[in-house]
Design a protein around this ligand. Structure first.
Ligand code: ADP
Ligand code: MG
Ligand code: ZN
Length: 635
């Protein structure tokens, strides 16, 4: 209680400071606004103006000693209001004003009245506002403490948007059982994860059943996987299935704002959870607090304290009460081992990118939310989107619906959907990027280069689309390949082929224009990435054989490999990577040389049409022109 009061006072203090700052700013700008329209002059200038008959009305305030005067009718356009300070004891002023027929009057402030208003304006209102906000804050906090509401929400009407939520308390969003409203039926695919979580859900639904037998349910489970695969969704679904409250907080929220608050937040969070058990505490982005504490070089006391508190709380709570802590991360390898010890996050639940069937299922779930034409082919979209996460797919459906509205369709059409795939993969069409004719030509040859290399390989995914419409992602065009079905293994030759296809764009530029552009940087990056993985991870080169030369990190965020070999070997690895990419480049050049005429023809066609389908491409590419291309030897 002591703690809470102190916190409350501290946050009240903060709001008071903010209120005062706003008042001052308002006051300042009001004064400035008024000042703008008033011209200040010296007393002698004022007298001169009177003598020159330039003054019409004079208004003397004996209280402040200010003289306001105008050079014309007040309020009329062209009339300027001046201000000067009365020279003390100037007996000649009144006769002078009379002589020049100036209207003049004096204002003698009614001391008692005006002063009172002045005081009210300058002190009373701000204090009133402060008291009001303080009262609101207090009330909300009390209310929050009573019914476990989130004090950060809708606070004071306007203040909520300042991100000041949870000043006093942990800021964990508490969603009552009816409000998560998510069940396993809302999560498509991810069957293994659901199975694993089902047990937790049934434990939460009926903790006694478990404790009677003496079974101990896991205290915590860690959902690991790439971003957007439905980790948060799954955690909510567990709460929804078990019909228990759901406390959600993001790791980054722990480490924010005030030093020393993280640990207090954790304590607070678990206190709330204890009151509402059985329930789920969900800690998103747990890697932000749970980073390994190895390197003594970069200690972060704040984070460490928070982590320690988290560990203490997880050890401390009574398991039979039914609190399950779920964590989510896409960097599991950076987590502190203390977190993954038995009794803490001892279950690890992989939430991987969806496969073909999973993608189609996810699309179906989200398609239910929008009105679609009959006979929409969602599986075509699923096939075109390997590597897309659940969030990407949900986004595609939404983009399609947005496009449908833009185009004035009453239902979402297949075209809307196909266009939205491009939008999510490559960004919106960018109208502001206008390529000149030459650039357009270069991009057309580049993309056709990729497509021809791909199409002339056996076993490469068929080309489904080529476009040279610039995208907001920065891509000036792209070539899309879509596999009929999904592979789970990739052979050495398939990887080599992929590298060659990636080199196809640059190769076409070199072949036709004799010079490279910077348009291939993304291709180069991807090709190098594949080649490096072949050498260091997959043991696909004769030179090194089946030796792991590196350790993979950040598997869920693209993946990087830290070499674990000697410096000499590292150099040899670089050479090997270079050789693989160079080989692909050569294959691409040879292929394009052999299909030179097709390259010209398709590029011109593409320049004219800007976007062509895989069928259009293949029709030209496979058309028999009466002579066989001089094909290179297959590697
Ligand atoms: P993560 O927490 O793994 O980054 P989220 O759970 O926040 O991903 O997913 C973001 C959104 O993507 C969800 O709200 C949902 O709309 C969609 N989504 C992701 N995975 C799935 C899935 N398996 N089934 C249905 N929708 C999904
Ligand atoms: Mg998430
Ligand atoms: Zn390219």
């Amino acid at each position: 209680m002591e703690m809470n009061n102190q916190k409350r006072r501290r946050s009240m203090f903060l709001y008071i400071i903010i209120a005062v700052a706003i008042m001052l700013a308002l006051n300042q700008s009001w004064t400035m606004f008024q000042r703008q329209s008033i011209k200040e002059v010296t007393y002698s200038e004022f007298l001169t103006m009177v003598q020159q008959n330039k003054v019409r009305d004079v208004d003397l305030n004996t209280g402040t000693g200010k003289i306001a005067f105008t050079d014309g009718e007040q309020g009329k356009e062209g009339t300027t209001t001046y201000e000067t300070t009365l020279f003390p004891n100037d007996d000649g002023l009144v006769p002078l004003l009379q002589q020049h027929e100036v209207n003049f009057k004096a204002e003698i402030p009614d001391q008692s009245n005006d002063l009172w208003i002045y005081m009210l304006l300058s002190y009373g209102i701000p204090i009133g506002i402060m008291v009001f906000f303080g009262w609101r804050l207090n009330r909300r906090m009390k209310k929050a403490a009573e019914d476990g509401d989130d004090p950060s929400m809708n606070f004071g009407g306007g203040f909520g948007g300042f991100g000041m939520g949870g000043l006093g308390r942990s800021g964990a969003k508490i969603v009552g059982e009816k409000e998560t409203g998510v069940t396993f039926a809302d999560v498509a695919g991810q069957d293994e994860a659901k199975e694993s979580l089902q047990e937790i859900a049934s434990f939460l639904e009926n903790p006694q059943k478990y404790s009677e037998i003496g079974a101990r349910c896991p205290r915590g489970a860690l959902l690991v996987g790439p971003p957007g695969t439905g980790k948060t969704l799954l955690a909510k679904a567990v709460a929804g299935e078990a019909k228990v409250p759901f406390f959600q907080i993001s790791g980054s929220e722990f480490v924010e704002m005030f030093v020393g608050r993280g640990a207090a937040k954790v304590r607070d969070l678990f206190k709330q959870a204890n009151e509402k058990a059985p329930c789920i505490v969900f800690i998103d982005e747990i890697d932000t607090v749970g980073k390994r504490r190895d390197g003594a070089l970069t200690t972060n006391d704040e984070r460490e304290q928070t982590l320690n508190q988290l560990l203490t709380e997880m050890d401390g709570f009574d398991n039979n009460k039914g609190i399950v802590v779920l964590g989510a991360t896409n960097m599991p390898d950076t987590l502190d081992q203390a977190l993954t010890r038995p009794g803490r996050f001892d279950r690890r639940i992989p939430v991987e990118l969806p496969d073909l069937a999973g993608r189609e299922a996810i699309l179906k779930i989200h398609a239910n939310d929008v009105k679609m034409e009959r006979g929409i082919d969602l599986s075509a979209v699923a096939r075109a989107t390997p590597g897309a996460s659940g969030a990407d797919l949900a986004n595609m459906i939404n983009e399609a619906a947005l496009r449908a509205v833009r185009m004035g369709h009453r239902l979402v059409t297949q075209d809307d959907l196909i266009e939205s795939v491009d939008v999510v993969i490559a960004g919106e069409k960018k109208k502001s990027t206008v390529l000149n004719e030459h650039e357009k030509q270069v991009v057309a040859y580049h993309e056709t280069g990729h497509a021809i290399v791909a199409a002339s390989q056996k076993g490469s995914a068929p080309v489904s689309k080529i476009t040279i419409v610039p995208r907001t992602s920065g891509a000036l065009g792209f070539t899309m390949q879509v596999d009929e079905d999904e592979h789970f293994l990739t052979t050495t030759s398939e990887m080599r082929n992929k590298i060659a296809v990636l080199c196809g764009g640059r190769a076409a530029e070199e072949l036709i224009f004799g010079e490279a552009t910077n348009g291939a940087s993304n291709d180069i990056e991807k090709a190098t990435h594949i080649a490096r993985a072949m050498v260091t991870q997959y043991g696909m080169t004769e030179k090194f054989g089946m030796v792991a030369l590196g350790q993979q990190r950040n598997r869920y965020l693209g993946g990087t490999t830290d070499l674990t070999c000697s410096e000499g070997t590292a150099e040899a690895v670089d050479q090997e990577v270079q050789r693989l990419v160079e080989e692909g480049h050569k294959t691409a050049l040879d292929t394009l040389r052999a299909h030179r005429f097709k390259l010209h023809e398709i590029s011109r066609y593409l320049q004219r049409k800007e976007t062509i389908t895989g069928e259009e491409f293949m029709r030209i590419f496979t058309r028999d022109d009466g002579f066989a291309p001089n094909l290179p030897k297959q590697a």
